[in-house]
Design a protein. Structure first.
Length: 277
């Protein structure tokens, strides 16, 4: 039996998101992978923490999300859960964890709730196979968040939406997927890098709240990866991202200062030593 702390009433946390949609209050979501950032996000009062499979690139050094395993997702989600015991936490179902069969989806989503202590899972895509898995998970009492637009687990990825954006047929498909996911029982939907007018239209047509990333201001809320939003990686700023801090530069300067003081012999000083040393 897991000893991971959990919310006393996970349904109430999800209901609060639905209330945000009804009351037109913006939803604040961020992606995190560890206890330190989870504590910061909870202290800041975010509504939802997503443990994304982007952990593969952001924290594990993979070239894509494809190698990320269910065990790795559970490992990181448990850390986030410990750091944010009072915040709604959603685990991103990794590649091939729900694609082969409904049975796989149920087993892996069940592991997420039982072993990581999260309230819900997220599944990418809106085709019928994914909707069937979502219906089964929801029927089993597992809350599911949907995700359409750019779907990183797809071999095509953003190729579904070549510049300058989807044509009329592609836009119709995205609209249909959004409604199919709502009918399948999702409680919220991530809109990933959709054209802003299309994202706003979809958001207005759904009863469940949407959370956008790179999809304009017409969504019911916004999500960013904490590492990206706080500038931990440095480098060029991806489209759709705004940096709210510069942690990479601050961390680099801090490590340089530490190295300099060690080499100069000024650290540690007497005030940094244990009594009697």
């Amino acid at each position: 039996m897991s000893t991971t702390p959990r919310r006393r009433n996970p349904r109430a946390a999800i209901q609060r998101l639905l209330d945000c949609k009804r009351e037109r209050r913006r939803i604040v979501a961020m992606t995190a992978y560890d206890v330190a950032f989870a504590r910061i996000l909870e202290a800041a009062g975010v509504d939802l923490i997503l443990v994304g499979d982007s952990v593969g690139m952001a924290a594990l050094g993979y070239e894509s999300t494809i190698p990320v395993t269910m065990d790795e997702m559970i490992h990181h989600a448990r850390a986030v859960r410990r750091g944010a015991p009072e915040t709604l936490v959603v685990l991103d179902m990794p590649f091939m964890s729900y694609h082969v069969s409904v049975e796989d989806a149920l087993v892996n989503a069940g592991r997420a709730l039982k072993e990581a202590g999260v309230e819900a899972v997220k599944a990418e895509g809106g085709h019928e196979r994914t909707c069937a898995a979502i219906r089964a998970m929801v029927a089993a009492g597992i809350p599911v968040m949907g995700h359409i637009g750019m779907i990183p687990q797809s071999a095509r990825g953003v190729a579904d939406f070549p510049a300058p954006g989807p044509d009329a047929g592609q836009a119709d498909r995205v609209r249909a997927e959004a409604h199919a996911l709502e009918e399948a029982g999702i409680f919220s939907l991530v809109l990933d890098r959709l054209p802003a007018p299309l994202a706003a239209e979809i958001s207005g047509s759904l009863a469940v709240p949407t959370v956008g990333i790179g999809s304009g201001s017409g969504c019911d809320g916004q999500v960013l990866v904490a590492y990206d939003a706080l500038g931990l990686h440095g480098g060029p700023e991806p489209k759709g991202l705004k940096r709210f801090a510069a942690l990479h530069e601050a961390a680099l300067e801090g490590v340089k200062r530490f190295a300099r003081e060690v080499r100069e012999g000024t650290f540690p000083g007497s005030e940094h030593s244990s009594a009697g040393d």
